[in-house]
Every structure is written in C-alpha cells, then in structure tokens.
Design a protein around this ligand. Structure first.
Ligand SMILES: NCc1[nH]cc(CCC(=O)O)c1CC(=O)O
Length: 317
C-alpha cells in the first residue's frame, strides 16, 4: 500500500432511484473496506434525466447521463462517479478512466406485463414499449406482428406507463428491476439467444480522474475481474462501430474458466437486416476477441446495415 486509507470520499450519482441504489451499494462496499472514512453521496440531475420527450439517441446519446457527474469530478466536488456501465460512452473524455467494474447482475432483458407471460403470448398488434434501438430491432425481427412504441424515463416512470394501460408489455433490463426489489414484476426473461444484451448491461462502473493514483489503489478491491474482462470485449465491439447508440448493437460475453465466448449483433432498426457473430478465445485478451467479432460482423456486410441506420438517423430531425 502506497497511500494511507481515505478519510473522506464523495460519490457523484444521478438522482434516479436506481442510480442512488447503485451509489449506496458502492458506499457500503467502501465503508467495509475503509471503516474510518466518511463517505457522502452527491445526487445530481443530468440532461439525460431532463429530456423525456425525444428519443435519446437523437439528442446526444449516452454521454448525457454522465457529463454532469464528470464535471463534478473535474471541479473536485466529487471523487468518484458510479454509473450503469451501459450508459457510459465507449470512449471517455481525456483525463477520465474507469477504476473498477463491479460484479455483474443478471444481464438479461426482462419481459414485464400485467396480462401476458411472454412476447410469444402477445396478440398481433399488441404494443410493446422500449426506446432501445437494440430491443426494437431484435423484437421486430422475430415478431413482426407486434407494434413497438417508445418508452422513456426512469424505471418507476416506465412501470407507471405500463400500469396506465399505454402498453401491453414493456422490456426492461432485469438488473435494474432486481436491484430495486421489483423482480416480481418480471413475467419472463428474454434469453440471450432471443434478445442479446447491450454492451455492459447489468454491470456498474466507477469513474475517476486518471491522475488520482490514490483512488485507483482504494478502488481496486471493488473490481470484479471476470466482469471487467467481459465488458471490455463487449465495449470493444461497440467502439469498432463508432460507439454510438444510434445503431442497434448487442454484444455479450460470458466466461468459462480461461475461455471467453463473445456474441454480437448489429441490425437495422426495423430488424430487416441482421449480422451476427459468435466466437470464443482466451479470456485474458478481450480486446482481440472484440476486434475479431467486429471484423466478422463487417464481413457480413455490416457496412450496408450501418449505412441504412445512418440514413434513418439523418432522416429524422
Ligand atoms: N438505459 C437505461 C438503463 N441503464 C441501465 C439500466 C439497467 C441496469 C443495467 O443494465 O445495469 C437501464 C434501464 C433499462 O435498460 O431497462
């Protein structure tokens, strides 16, 4: 140990119930490691939380949930920021890095409905709520008879809209529901074969200023190696396609002993064209496997899919 234990730490977090749960979870872990340390949570509203009326991918994407927290760190109002890794841009701004990735919760998508048990059980024309381009494309490809409508807002708000009767069913990440004690709302799980998760889904990450060697040392025990390797592979795939959330992209890695299996999909938003790849390699070289999967997708004419997605995005102002 080069640094004495911390005396005071401030955690920046969004104010949604899920974000606060996650920040509290990190606080508890740090309190066990550093019982003398006083740890505060600084809750803040981000632009991503304020913009509820437009599709997020059209107004700036993932960075919107993270920027204000990074500003708080840069201005030294906070030491660390706790994020859902899924919401963290593939390339961090200069001077920032992820100091730890915590053990992954259930990475699957969940089917939530008050009336129906599964996507298969929905009648033709039923309205399914999701604003994720990935979920939209994968559902449209398999269930063309269903109607997909946008659904934004925090988890409670989305569940409220389902209960209000606007949708027959909605799709949410199982991880968020489980963390908030809402697992009883899950009617069934979408297996990865049916709805391959987004890069980083179910994992939390802690962001710091790269220059804070003290924080790197203090946070190292929170890093979960298998999760960190898996999400590195997943995020490498996304980065190879520009790292934006304007493309329906799924990437999901699992680790078995020394081996990693990485599956990825890119698609057009309407699900009419899909490229998928499934490869295994040594778990300790996640970036190589991520690049290999991206190359395998590109060989399936991913370029044509990307061009279609691009013209879609440009067409809608
Ligand atoms: N895009 C919002 C978001 N970011 C992280 C989660 C859930 C928790 C997680 O995946 O870690 C969610 C909600 C959802 O997709 O249903």
């Amino acid at each position: 140990m080069k640094f004495p234990p911390p005396k005071k730490l401030v955690i920046a977090s969004r104010e949604s119930r899920l974000a606060m749960w996650q920040a509290e979870h990190v606080r508890e872990k740090l309190a066990i490691l550093y019982p003398q340390c006083s740890i505060e949570i600084l809750g803040m509203t981000t632009r991503g939380d304020q913009i509820l009326d437009r599709t997020l991918s059209k107004v700036g994407g993932k960075g919107l949930f993270v920027k204000e927290l990074e500003v708080a760190i840069a201005e030294q109002r906070a030491d660390i920021a706790v994020h859902s890794l899924k919401d963290v841009a593939m390339t961090l701004p200069d001077g920032f890095e992820l100091a730890a990735v915590l053990e992954r919760e259930d990475p699957r998508d969940a089917f939530v409905s008050n009336e129906f048990d599964s996507l298969e059980a929905l009648p033709a024309g039923a309205i399914v709520g999701t604003s994720s381009l990935r979920r939209q494309a994968l559902i449209a490809a398999r269930y063309p008879q269903l109607v997909i409508r946008p659904l934004r807002g925090n988890l409670d708000r989305r569940l409220g809209k389902l209960d209000g009767g606007e949708y027959a069913a909605i799709i949410l990440a199982a991880a968020g529901l489980k963390r908030l004690g809402l697992a009883q709302r899950i009617r069934s799980y979408l297996p990865p074969e049916q709805s391959l998760p987004a890069p980083g889904q179910g994992a939390m990450a802690i962001e710091i200023l790269s220059e804070r060697a003290d924080l790197k040392e203090w946070l190292a025990p929170l890093n979960h190696r298998a999760t960190a390797l898996a999400v590195t592979a997943e995020r490498t795939v996304s980065r190879n396609f520009g790292g934006s959330c304007q493309i329906p992209l799924a990437a999901f890695a699992t680790i078995d002993g020394d081996d990693m299996r990485l599956r990825a999909i890119i698609a057009t938003p309407d699900g009419s064209k899909i490229a998928s790849a499934d490869l295994s390699a040594a778990a300790n070289e996640p970036e190589a496997l991520g690049r290999q999967i991206a190359d395998a997708l590109k060989l399936q004419d991913a370029a044509a899919i990307l061009a279609l997605c691009k013209s879609d995005a440009d067409g809608d102002v």
